[in-house]
Design a protein around this ligand. Structure first.
Ligand code: AMP
Ligand code: ZN
Length: 136
C-alpha cells in the first residue's frame, strides 16, 4: 500500500509521537485529538478495515487497547475512556487503514460520541434477528 499514510507512520517512515511500539503495532497520538491524549492503534501490516484483519490480529489489537487504556487512564487522570473503531465512510472512517481510537474522557469535555436513542419496533426487531442470524 504505497500511498497509505498510516502504513508509512506505522512502519516508521513518517515520524509520529509514539506511545508504544512492538513488532506488529504502533500507537501514536492523533494529530487532531478529540481530547487530551487521544491516540490511535495502528497495525504495521496494512488492512483497510476490521474485515481485512485476521481474527488473531483483531484479538491482539483489542488486548493492546485494554493495556493502553489502563496506562493512559492512570497517567492522564481521565474520568472515563472510549475505545472506538470506525469501518466505512458512513461510519466516520476517513483513513482506510484499520485503527482503533483511544479517547480519554474528562468530565465536561465536548467529545461528541452520543446519539438520540430511537425505539426498537417489534416487526423490525424480528426481521433483524432473522437477517443477521442467516449471515452468521
Ligand atoms: P477515522 O475518522 O476513524 O478514519 O480516524 C482517522 C483519524 O486519524 C482522525 O482522528 C485524524 O485526526 C487522524 N489522523 C489523520 N492523519 C493523521 C496523521 N498524519 N497523524 C496522526 N493522526 C492522523
Ligand atoms: Zn496502510
Amino acid at each position: 500500500m504505497g500511498d497509505c499514510i498510516f502504513c508509512k507512520i506505522a512502519q516508521g517512515e513518517i515520524p509520529a509521537a509514539t506511545l508504544w511500539e512492538d513488532e506488529e503495532f504502533r500507537v501514536i497520538l492523533d494529530l487532531g485529538p478529540a481530547s487530551k491524549g487521544h491516540a490511535l492503534i495502528l497495525p504495521k501490516k496494512h488492512a483497510a478495515n476490521i474485515y481485512e484483519m485476521t481474527d488473531e490480529m483483531v484479538g491482539k489489537a483489542m488486548i493492546l487497547a485494554k493495556k493502553m487504556a489502563a496506562a493512559m487512564s492512570k497517567a492522564l487522570h481521565c474520568d472515563g475512556f472510549n475505545i472506538v473503531q470506525n469501518n466505512g465512510e458512513t461510519a466516520g472512517q476517513t483513513v482506510f487503514h484499520f485503527h482503533i481510537h483511544l479517547i480519554p474522557r474528562y468530565e465536561g469535555d465536548n467529545v461528541g460520541l452520543s446519539w438520540v436513542p430511537g425505539s426498537l419496533d417489534e416487526k423490525e426487531r424480528d426481521e433483524i434477528l432473522e437477517q443477521v442470524k442467516a449471515c452468521l
